[in-house]
Design a protein around this ligand. Structure first.
Ligand code: AHM
Ligand code: MG
Length: 359
């Protein structure tokens, strides 16, 4: 495979734009702004231990600035940078109750949903965390989406409300209408993985230059895996079908590659990223742990839908386990939770058969 050496993410984005002569460059500009925010967060994450030390005396750092909790820092960094980038009409963050307006006069044609720092309970113990993002085109003025088809068919010029503030209606769109989605993982290195509907590509940050370079072109998830990722501490809260499936994965059956190995970090981005590269199935199913959260823990807009877009573009699949494809769910509210079963296609098909009682 041709592997261009030294391909920066900005050049890659420009190349994608060139493939669409009708493109205005707004999506490229938007992605580039997000990447700057990601680099800022990455630098802060790398300083996490030190920031804590510096923060102990009166919670100000050496420059006299307030030391913020990292998830708050990540949220503010994205929110402030993107509010006046000129390409968005409205945003929503996992950390904020309501929609986030953009600066007046800077309204554009896209919407952004983001989880600023996913897996943030892992910050203090030096485990990988990440930022997830999802981009949609805004809907029309009357709130009705003009896009009845998948994003690849969308008319490039349909954005009549450009120049006006967006609303929650612009945000509440199905995953299949995303125009871009991705994540940044702050791990042993910082990586950006994203799709604009033309495959999934991964870039690694060279911190000495401050640039993301293409390191994982055209990522394809193996169709069948030998890893499962699930919080087995929730076993007693699952329904029988879910329990049967996990028991099945742990049975000895050499011919069919079982038992599977268990891998669970507890940081969705990190668990997802490993499975994307090596193959695997991640499950956060519905459970009866908390009657207020019957759909599990993860959120549709900030976690499930963007990762579903990526996994589908890489040849995998994402479902809820109760008969729905993640990409086809019409969101009803900003912080809607959804069961998530995502990963290698063959494994998802098999899990689906167990969960709906066919197997
Ligand atoms: P967060 O967005 O508040 O960090 O919570 C989401 C995280 C995911 O990264 C991870 O997959 C999940 O919570 C782990 O939950 P649990 O501890 O219940 O296994
Ligand atoms: Mg999260």
């Amino acid at each position: 495979m041709y592997r261009p050496l030294g391909m920066t993410v900005s050049r890659h984005i420009m190349d994608l734009q060139r493939m669409h002569p009708e493109a205005t460059g707004d999506l490229s500009g938007l992605l580039n702004e997000l990447i700057v925010a990601a680099k800022t967060i990455s630098a802060e994450v790398n300083m996490a231990g030190l920031a804590d030390v510096l923060g102990m005396s009166g919670k100000t750092n050496i420059q006299g600035e307030e030391v913020q909790k990292l998830d708050e820092f990540a949220d503010n960094t994205i929110k402030r940078r993107m509010a006046r980038c000129g390409y968005l009409c409205v945003m929503t963050s996992e950390e904020e109750e309501d929609i986030i307006p953009v600066r007046e006069g800077y309204e554009g044609k896209y919407t952004l949903a983001f989880d600023p720092l996913d897996g943030s309970s892992n910050i203090d113990v030096n485990v990988s965390i990440g930022t997830i993002f999802s981009i949609h085109r805004r809907k029309s003025d009357d709130g009705k989406s003009p896009f009845g088809r998948r994003n690849t068919d969308i008319e490039e010029e349909w954005h009549p409300a450009e120049g006006k503030p967006g609303s929650a209606l612009d945000i509440l769109q199905k995953g299949c209408y995303q125009v871009a989605a991705g994540y940044i993982i702050y791990g042993s290195s910082t990586m950006l993985v994203f799709t604009t509907g033309e495959g999934v590509h991964g870039f690694t940050l060279d911190p000495s230059v401050g640039e993301f370079y293409l390191s994982h072109p055209e990522i394809r998830i193996p169709q069948r895996s030998k890893y499962f990722s699930v919080n087995e501490g929730n076993y007693s809260y699952w329904n029988d079908n879910m329990r049967r499936y996990i028991n099945y994965l742990k049975e000895q059956d050499k011919e069919n590659g079982r038992p599977y190995s268990s891998r669970y970090i507890g940081s969705l981005v990190a668990d997802f990223h490993r499975n994307l590269i090596t193959g695997g199935i991640f499950l956060y199913p519905k459970d009866n742990k908390d009657p207020a959260k019957p759909s599990g823990k993860l959120r549709l807009l900030y976690e499930a839908a963007p990762l579903a877009y990526i996994v589908e573009q890489a040849g995998g699949r994402a479902i809820t386990g109760d008969g729905r494809e993640i990409m086809e769910i019409e969101p009803e509210e900003l912080h809607q939770r959804v069961p998530l079963i995502i990963g290698s296609r063959y494994d998802i098909d098999e899990a689906e058969a167990f969960l709906d009682g066919r197997k």
